[in-house]
Write a protein that binds this ligand. Sequence first.
Ligand SMILES: Cc1cc2nc3c(=O)[nH]c(=O)nc-3n(C[C@H](O)[C@H](O)[C@H](O)COP(=O)(O)OP(=O)(O)OC[C@H]3O[C@@H](n4cnc5c(N)ncnc54)[C@H](O)[C@@H]3O)c2cc1C
Length: 162
Amino acid sequence: MTEKYDAIVIGTGQSGPALAVRLANAGRKTAIIERKLFGGTCVNVGCIPTKTLIASARAAHVARHGADFGVAIDGKITVDMMRVKARKDSVVRQSNEGVTKWLGKTPNLTVLEVTPDLKAPVLSASTRDCWRRERSSSTSAGGRPCPTCPASPKTATSPIPA
Ligand SMILES: Cc1cc2nc3c(=O)[nH]c(=O)nc-3n(C[C@H](O)[C@H](O)[C@H](O)COP(=O)(O)OP(=O)(O)OC[C@H]3O[C@@H](n4cnc5c(N)ncnc54)[C@H](O)[C@@H]3O)c2cc1C
């Protein structure tokens, strides 16, 4: 089945969701496509989980140096890695679900997940056609080369409505 959109955004990483929501709110029939995890690298495996783990390490460090601050802690300071990971997973889940819900509740925006029925090569071809005809598709697919995209080896963005 062929569906037409005014704008197509590939990837739900750092810029994709904001761009897609802005386009949809401006009245353009918009689709955003994700093949893996909503929120991309930063939310799921990058900035957020690493900084959450660092926060736990910092808490252990401060606890161990409590005496330097005049804080007495009786007993040994230990780190429960299961709880550290559970906290990290919880923070990541909140962020991932936040992006997913934000996109899902935006009117005029269709969220497409790449499934075995909706393969990436199909998307690449339609994106290429869209670029040629209307220049109204955008990639927010990370720093990966896009050999089929004629505009730029990495990214191209459509004009953002005022
Ligand atoms: C361990 C780690 C820690 C980091 N910490 C920080 C930090 O503290 N601060 C900071 O500023 N940066 C940090 N970064 C870097 C940051 O995560 C990236 O710069 C940022 O996520 C890039 O965003 P992006 O939107 O370009 O790509 P991504 O976040 O990778 O998003 C791309 C999205 O597009 C999807 N996609 C790709 N191709 C397709 C396709 N063909 N069809 C459909 N969907 C597709 C992907 O599945 C993904 O969801 C960290 C990175 C790592 C790995």
